[in-house]
Design a protein around this ligand. Sequence first.
Ligand code: OAD
Length: 232
Amino acid sequence: MLARAQRPVSFSGAGLSAESGVSTFRDAQTGMWAKYDPVALASPQGFAADPAMVLEWYAHRRRGIAQAEPNAGHNALAGMDWTHITQNVDDLLHRAGAKRVLQLHGSIKIDRCHHECGFEQDVELANPPPMGSCPACSAPLRPGVVWFGEQLPIDIWSEAEAACRECDVLVVVGTSAVVYPAAGLITIARESGAKVIIINTQPSDASALADIELFGTSGTVLPKLLAAKRSD
Ligand code: OAD
């Protein structure tokens, strides 16, 4: 299926980065949402209520990502000159050398103005900055990630949607496919005639949309699956 694909696209979630030691959200026990309240930590309301706690949680995640290395799954995807759509806010696909990465939920590598005046700045993940104000408009600065209830970056979304309408194979990696509108991209690809290959360690909400479902870790399955494509 992949060897014949003319326009493959990948769509990934937190499972792609799990083998790099970056926590997923919904894995039982180990997932972040099993330990933390997502609304308290990843929403505008949570930030308004306790900005220091939210920024300390992101500093903790940033330091963790700084220690992480791309795993074999990131490297296998990065070796494919495809559009890589991801829900992940880490920079591991970029560090693996992927050229076209569409981060639907933003990037933890930047801070941006909370009032969306346009200001944003790179952050050193290993040494995350303390709370600060936007130098352009004095609003608070916050991580450049999409919080619950916030809009996705519309230009990134449009590019991702177009890629899913045009692709002929969508490789879905390491996502529970429960968060919308991101998860809706799988249906968009399928309805546009694409074949859907799912890689996950367990069934997900995307299972019903799979033409092929490969159970295993992405760090193990992706290199094998994509070796076929690389042999083109
Ligand atoms: P989840 O934590 O919801 O799902 C992770 C998926 O990866 C699950 O289906 C696991 O079975 C699977 N998985 C775990 N380890 C794996 C491995 N080594 N190889 C392959 N699969 C593995 O994470 P997401 O689906 O990415 O939202 O969550 C989507 C969004 O919900 C995130 O982007 C975040 C979160 O709230 C925002 O940041 C807005």
